[in-house]
Design a protein around this ligand. Structure first.
Ligand SMILES: Nc1ncnc2c1ncn2[C@@H]1O[C@H](COP(=O)(O)OP(=O)(O)OP(=O)(O)O)[C@@H](O)[C@H]1O
Ligand SMILES: [Mg+2]
Length: 388
């Protein structure tokens, strides 16, 4: 397929519309401001993390088609910072401004059944799975896939929410009752992985791609806890992970970022777990450690500027700061002391309500080797918790 012709850069002062006002929107807006662009945010919360740093905000529901159209009307290009957006609203916006990634990419990545189907059809490796609509489907799927397996809602899942491990046919019934949704469920074989990896691929309107270095991810209770970059894997695994991510971005025709989460199996193979057509938590380290951050890369793509250099200046580790840190520190984490460690930087998202498991911010540490970066960032978080 011929590459699309050269795109005309949006002049400084042009406006990016972002659907969703969370931390990903916030950090995208900050990157946009640095390069001289304006940002409008659509989020029900008028004081959302992104609204706090954007030029203006439309306080409305994501499904409010008039509001989405209004955002597109005032913007030169529109993006979204999470997948649980109404594709009908995005379609309405597309008539007024280009939406990147496209609504077709959104439709696939917001539904695990469609996502796994698209990956399988194109020949990408995924764990065995079955779509589940009713208890009979589930029993059949367990018979075919075996246990342990993971039952997941097809839509709206994040941070491990909407999932249950199934050990036997008997545990299946209650899991089905707890998770059943109109959008259906999916049963996947449980992968006893050696490591979780992710690669963020940037693909621009001319069809060029660049992948950020492969990241090693550790989850706690289904929520990303720690990312280490570059991942401590053999060179050929990192190369294969990058190849997979670019090939998937190409296959789906993504214009924007595509984060590809993968499992490295004990045998050294790779299986794709899930896709996210947006900046990804595992790429936050790029703000401190890379020549171009994932957020600036997205802005460059949205505004038809050349892709930035994805190389790292130093090795890095990133630790999430969940609401738990505030609860453990009596509401007042000791960030001043955590920041007294050299090469540690703090990012807070401006969220006032603290909840267990809520992503409130993150810490990044940099060093010449990943082991040092990892110990430093964990030490900084321990200090913030006021633990001695
Ligand atoms: N089939 C599986 N085998 C083993 N572990 C799994 C499997 N599926 C999910 N997990 C574990 O649960 C975590 C969250 O799962 P997944 O990425 O599918 O859900 P999510 O809720 O969409 O997460 P997020 O959007 O935060 O990445 C994974 O990163 C992994 O640690
Ligand atoms: Mg995931």
């Amino acid at each position: 397929m011929p590459l699309p012709s050269r795109q005309i850069p949006l002049p400084p002062g042009s406006r990016i519309g972002i659907i969703g006002g969370g931390q990903l929107g916030r950090m995208t807006a900050m990157a946009a401001a640095r390069v001289g662009y304006r940002v409008s945010v659509l989020d029900p919360d008028g004081d959302s993390p992104a609204a706090q740093v954007a030029d203006d905000c439309i306080a409305a529901a994501y499904e409010d088609r008039d509001a989405v159209r209004d955002l597109a009307r005032r913007s030169d290009v529109v993006t979204y910072e999470f997948e649980n957006v109404d594709p009908g609203a995005i379609e309405a916006a597309t008539a007024m401004a280009p939406v990147r990634p496209s609504v077709e990419v959104l439709r696939i990545t917001q539904d695990r059944i469609k996502e796994k189907g698209a990956l399988t059809e194109a020949g990408f490796p995924v764990a065995p799975y079955r779509a589940v609509r009713n208890p009979d489907d589930l029993q059949r799927a367990i018979g075919e896939i075996g246990t342990p397996a993971v039952l997941k809602t097809a839509r709206m899942g994040y941070d491990g929410k909407g999932q249950a491990i199934i050990d036997s046919g008997a545990s299946a019934e209650s899991a089905f009752d707890k998770l059943k949704r109109p959008g259906g469920l999916i049963l996947e074989r449980f992968v006893p992985f050696a490591m979780e990896l992710s690669v963020i691929c940037a693909r621009n309107g001319e069809g060029r791609t660049r992948t950020f270095p492969c990241t090693e991810n550790v989850h706690e209770n289904g929520i990303l806890d720690l990312s280490i970059a570059p991942a401590r894997v053999p060179e050929n695994s990192a190369r294969e992970a990058a190849r997979l991510a670019s090939a998937i971005a190409e296959e789906l025709g993504v214009i924007g970022l595509l984060a590809v989460e993968m499992f490295l199996t004990r045998e050294g193979g790779l299986l794709v777990n899930e896709l996210a057509p947006r900046p990804h938590n595992s790429g936050h380290y790029t703000m401190d450690a890379s020549r171009t951050s994932q957020f600036e890369q997205l802005v460059r793509i949205l505004c038809n500027l050349p892709l930035g250099d994805v190389s790292m200046q130093r090795n890095a580790a990133m630790a999430n700061l969940l609401g738990d840190v505030w609860l453990e520190a009596g509401g007042n984490p000791d960030f001043a002391r955590a920041l007294s460690l050299n090469s540690v930087s703090l990012h807070l998202y401006g969220k006032s309500k603290v909840r267990t498991g809520r992503k409130m911010g993150h810490l990044t540490a940099m060093a010449s080797d990943v082991e040092t970066a990892r110990s430093l960032v964990l030490e900084a978080r321990r200090i913030a918790r006021r633990a001695s």
